[in-house]
Design a protein around this ligand. Structure first.
Ligand SMILES: *Cc1c(COP(=O)(O)O)cnc(C)c1O
Length: 363
């Protein structure tokens, strides 16, 4: 059996440290924010090459609060991609702004910068590129267009911890970067968590205020805020994991390189390589026109697989109000029909990867 994801294997590799970290929180009773969370914020900012990190209770809150802190609200439009997890669009919706979607590039599977100008209107305030699967979007092209039109760029880096673009870390390539520490992400908490990273001190301070009921000083509510603080337990666990994240990322990249090599002759669409990017392979997906056959064949051999994501946002019933219809974003729609995600986590063995690749190659 090759599981799609094995969170237990990772826990057992850090068990002593993780157990001690949890007990320490119970002794200190710093359950919401506290010292461990503050320590994590320092470590994570350094890791992302930014001056500030503000820890929150989910990646969705990171997106939502950074949009609010950047001044986005009702009457504004925010451009993002149709091929993303629904949270990107949900956060735009929570801010009161309207999500305007564009398609992704057929090779990189991230925002197609060539489509941005046509989507910009006088109401456009921000752009949220998504570093899908752990590959950084084409930030130079996106930032150039944003600068020309005076727009804010906020990265959805929920899948891209430690990813790089021309030597700079994901999250440091725009006004603010938003991360998720959902357990299955490359850096996963033992519960929910997220963070906003930024060089902009004013934006960081605003996210700090908004995550804690809009307070400046106790019971002085200067903004309509939220309960979006990170738990002490999550800060403590994430501090343990910060010591391992680079090793785990290197392992993911080595696994991906082996998949690339073993699947090179398969004829399926594979993640493309780029010299100036450090892809961190939150997901290793391939494209096949007959996904059902591929997944059935893999299941037969005890290999689990996934789909990220089977329905693009513009075709989701909940977002019918965006006015999307079939045919609007052909690349996203094709990828939604063709993507198959293969098992990908640091603890995978070479034998398991070879088994998966043999399974794919024998479809
Ligand atoms: C996971 C994810 C989110 C949301 O993060 P949560 O911590 O689950 O709220 C947002 N965007 C993308 C692309 C994600 O993968």
């Amino acid at each position: 059996m090759v599981p799609f994801l094995d969170l237990k294997a990772q826990y057992h590799s850090i068990k002593d440290e993780a157990d001690a970290a949890v007990l320490k929180i119970m002794e200190s009773c710093q359950f919401a924010l506290g010292e461990e969370v503050a320590t994590f914020e320092h470590k994570f900012a350094e890791y992302c090459q930014t001056r500030h990190a503000v820890a929150v209770n989910s990646g969705t809150s990171a997106l939502h609060l950074s949009l609010l802190a950047a001044g986005v609200g009702p009457g504004d439009e925010v451009i993002t991609v149709a091929m993303t997890f629904v949270a990107t669009v949900a956060a735009i919706d929570y801010s009161g702004a309207k999500a305007v979607l564009v398609d992704v590039d057929p090779k990189t599977w991230t925002m197609d910068a060539n489509q941005l100008e046509a989507a910009i209107t006088p109401k456009t305030k921000a752009i949220i590129p998504v570093h899908l699967h752990g590959r950084v979007a084409d930030m130079d092209a996106i930032n150039a267009i944003a600068d020309k039109h005076g727009l804010v760029v906020i990265e959805d880096a929920a899948q891209a911890h430690g990813a790089e673009y021309k030597g700079r870390r994901a999250g440091s390539l725009s006004r603010a970067g938003c991360f998720s520490f959902y357990p299955g992400k490359n850096l996963g908490a033992y519960g929910e968590g997220g963070a906003v990273v930024t060089d902009d001190e004013e934006l960081a301070n605003m996210v700090r205020v908004l995550r804690d009921w809009g307070q400046k000083g106790k019971y002085n509510h200067v903004h309509k805020g939220f309960n979006a603080r990170m738990d002490g337990f999550q800060g403590a666990i994430l501090n343990v994991k910060m010591g391992r994240i680079e090793d785990w990322t290197d392992a993911r990249r080595a696994h991906a390189a082996l998949y690339d090599k073993l699947l090179a002759g398969s004829g399926f669409g594979l993640p493309i390589q780029s010299n100036d990017c450090r892809h961190v392979y939150h997901v290793y997906a391939l494209c096949t026109p007959d996904r059902e056959a591929m997944q059935a064949h893999l299941t037969e051999q005890g290999i689990q697989s996934g789909i990220h994501y089977p329905i693009p946002v513009h075709l989701q019933p909940a977002y019918a109000d965006l006015g999307g219809k079939k045919g609007d974003f052909p690349v996203s729609e094709r990828l939604a029909n063709e993507f198959v995600s293969l098992p990908m986590y640091a603890e995978l063995s070479t034998d398991q990867i070879e088994l998966v690749a043999a399974g794919v190659n024998s479809v």
